[in-house]
Design a protein around this ligand. Structure first.
Ligand code: AKG
Length: 278
């Protein structure tokens, strides 16, 4: 399958059919420059993490990684055009519940094994869309994101095992008998382009064999018809994820299920949402 860029009003149909969509929209130059500066600083300030995924840079001091984050990251998640795209796939009531920076240094040979997200995400019922933005050009040589088209139709996370292999960047690995790796496609993106993919879409990435680094910024949004269950997270969490202290940001609409907790993880007395800034 060829990856095509689709108009904003076609994103939802493409996403429903294939489990992902690459919109024609890309981050405006000033926003992209801000994102690139934030990413460069985050990587510099957190050298001890090496190539590990950085959890929730939008929450200063909010993770268990000792990450030096910055609330300026939130402006990216609040970009109205991005929220419009998210709305087209999850509806008008939207919660931002997480972010990750995936930075693979040049020539570092680690892969992200194929997996489905959500295996331990405490969202009930499970529903979430990731907006993964290329901070710099991402292609086959530097280990771009890869997706298995149509794999979201399973509506189940499938059987995973925990990899102990040092060449794997994350341990979650989907049993290879559950999909045809030959049908995976490279999602080649220019800086500022993005892909939306479903919580049930199988995805991963190859090692970066190039002399360029590869950086993607993933933002996780859920419809507020679902509940983010902080206390369930405490029981089934991955050590590096700290889901039980995740702050939720109602970025559009209202809390439809009425049971989401917008206080956990936020500084006292604040619901934590800065105004949108141009
Ligand atoms: O950036 C990558 O290579 C993997 C990203 C990923 O697994 C995710 O966003 O869930």
């Amino acid at each position: 399958m060829q990856i095509e860029r689709v108009a904003a009003d076609e994103v939802s149909a493409h996403y429903r059919e294939h489990g992902f969509a690459v919109p024609r929209y890309r981050l405006p130059p000033t926003r992209l420059a801000a994102l690139q500066a934030l990413a460069a600083r985050l990587i510099d300030d957190n050298r001890h993490l090496g190539d590990q995924p950085m959890v929730c840079p939008h929450v200063p001091g909010g993770g268990v990684q000792g990450l030096k984050g910055d609330r300026a990251w939130l402006a990216i998640s609040l970009e109205p055009a991005i929220l419009d795209l998210v709305e087209s796939v999850v509806g008008p009531d939207i919660i931002l519940w997480g972010t990750n920076l995936f930075a693979k240094p040049a020539g570092v040979g680690r892969r992200v094994p194929f997996h489905r997200d959500g295996r331990y995400w405490p969202i009930e019922p499970l529903a979430s869309v990731t907006v993964w933005i290329a901070v710099e050009r991402c292609d086959a040589e530097n280990g771009c994101l890869r997706v298995v088209p149509g794999s979201h139709r399973a509506r189940a996370v499938g059987t995973h095992y925990t990899s102990q292999r040092p060449e794997d960047l994350i341990p979650e690995t989907l049993d290879p008998r559950e999909y045809d790796a030959g049908s995976a496609v490279d999602v080649v993106l220019e800086a500022g382009e993005m892909v939306l993919f479903d919580v049930y879409t199988i995805h991963g990435s190859n090692p970066n064999t190039s002399d360029r680094r590869r950086i993607g910024y993933a933002m996780r949004y859920m419809p507020s018809t679902s509940r983010f269950v902080h206390d369930a997270a405490e029981r089934r969490d991955q050590p590096s994820s700290a889901h039980h202290t995740r702050p939720l940001f109602l970025v559009r609409g209202t809390d439809r299920c009425g049971a989401n907790d917008f206080r956990t993880g936020h500084p006292e007395g604040s619901l934590g949402l800065p105004p949108y800034s141009e």
